[in-house]
Write a protein that binds this ligand. Structure first.
Ligand code: CTP
Length: 396
């Protein structure tokens, strides 16, 4: 990030106390930090300490006549290579999503087409609230990059999502942003993990997918510079940092999330989506009958997300499916590629003896219009790296 101008907006959350360290590290990495403090941000860190660390004036008021004479607020945001909002409170996220302007920070955010990254920080209930999640979806659709938040203990004593990403994570995301990988400027969607299809509020139908391959793929694509939208069911793995995360439970939610993210340059469907859901899932727990009568579950088929996207009006240039097979792997996967209308299909044998589902390694065959290409057994992270490079080649 040598010589890059980073406009750092510090809004009012307890995580603002981490920003002096962030400024120190950004500056050490060669960036020029121009700090902007919101009024509530100034309750947590002092303008003097921030100015001293950044080696720059701290901007606070919108109508500061001296500043307007020296550098207008429009110029301030346009001269930056990146706008970083850390911490980003629920309030500033809501203002950004609505395009509201009532102070310098919100004015700068609206008056610019500079890339924006935010590191959200708030109480878990505020993060989980439908309004914040709505704002998050809007901001992601607007192209705002998210860093975190993380899951953990909060200053208020509660536990959950909402902790601001740690300084090294923010630093890594900013560094990656300025690195020009072969997928820089490309937007790639990845689905991952299993889906859970409810039977009643306490029971569901699931599968053994751990989310390992999809997670590794999202990381590999991110490392090549792609903007990654990661739609994940309830998986065993922590979500990768530096990607836009969309958490879902059911196949229907996954389809809706995917459709809201389109258009993208490429989409990889690594999720093990449930083929069926329970018709008329109960909203109360199904009780055991004293008569001994057993419950009867009727199923309805879920829409095929991969096939839907393959024939979508915003079809990505490259659509890649996975095929989990237990027999006649190549023949079944070849037929599946044609049936679903995708460009490549990554076939693997998921018979329990292979240890692939839930395991660390994978043996895949990549099938495209030219036929099958068998890859040797390797860690899922390596499969991901090779696939990401193949995707970069196809999009170049
Ligand atoms: N897939 C999807 N939506 C579904 C079902 C599957 O997007 N409702 C995607 C998976 O993410 C994967 C591909 O389709 O990329 C193939 O999934 P797989 O489970 O192997 O195939 P099925 O469609 O379930 O076909 P079959 O049951 O015949 O194996």
């Amino acid at each position: 990030m040598n010589g890059k101008n980073i406009l750092l907006i510090i809004s009012g959350g307890i995580a603002a106390v981490k920003t002096p360290d962030l400024i120190r590290k950004l500056t050490k990495a060669g960036a020029r930090v121009i700090p902007v403090l919101t009024r509530s941000g100034a309750q947590f860190v002092t303008p003097l300490s921030i100015a001293a660390l950044a080696g720059s004036k701290v901007y606070i008021d919108l109508f500061d006549l001296t500043d307007e004479a020296e550098m207008g607020h429009i110029e301030l945001s346009r001269s930056a290579d990146l706008i970083l909002v850390a911490p980003a409170t629920a309030h500033i996220m809501a203002k950004m999503a609505q395009g509201l302007v009532d102070d310098l920070a919100s004015t700068l955010l609206l008056a610019t087409d500079t890339p924006v990254m935010i590191a959200p920080s708030m109480n878990v209930r505020m993060w989980d609230h439908a309004a914040t999640q709505r704002n998050l979806t809007t901001l992601q659709a607007d192209g705002v990059h998210m860093i975190g938040p993380n899951e953990g203990e909060m200053a208020c004593g509660e536990f959950g999502f909402g902790r601001m990403a740690e300084v090294p994570e923010i630093l890594q995301a900013v560094t990656r942003h300025f690195e020009k990988g072969p997928l820089s400027g490309r937007h790639v969607l990845v689905t991952s993990g299993p889906t859970h299809e409810p039977i009643d509020p306490v029971r569901y139908i699931a599968n053994r997918s751990s989310g390992a391959q999809g997670t590794a793929l999202a990381e590999a694509l991110r490392d090549l510079g792609a903007r990654v939208s990661f739609v994940t069911g309830p998986a065993d793995f922590d979500v990768p940092t530096g990607v836009d995360v969309h958490r879902v439970q059911t196949a229907q939610e996954m389809l809706a999330a995917v459709q809201a993210i389109l258009p993208v340059d490429a989409a990889v469907f690594a999720a093990a989506v449930a083929d069926w859901r329970v018709e008329g899932a109960q909203d109360q727990k199904i009780k055991k009958q004293t008569s001994g009568a057993l419950p009867v579950l009727n199923f309805v088929e879920n829409l095929d997300i991969l096939a839907t996207v393959s024939s979508h009006e915003h079809r990505p240039k490259l659509v890649i499916g996975f095929a989990a097979e237990t027999n006649d792997v190549i023949a079944n996967a070849t037929a599946k590629r044609l049936r679903k209308g995708c460009d490549w299909i990554v076939a693997n044998d998921v018979t329990p003896a292979t240890g692939i589902m839930g395991g660390a390694n994978n043996t895949v065959t990549v099938i495209d219009a030219n036929g099958p290409e068998g890859w040797s057994n390797m860690p899922k992270t390596e499969v991901a790296r090779m696939l990401a490079l193949r995707i970069a080649g196809a999009l170049s």
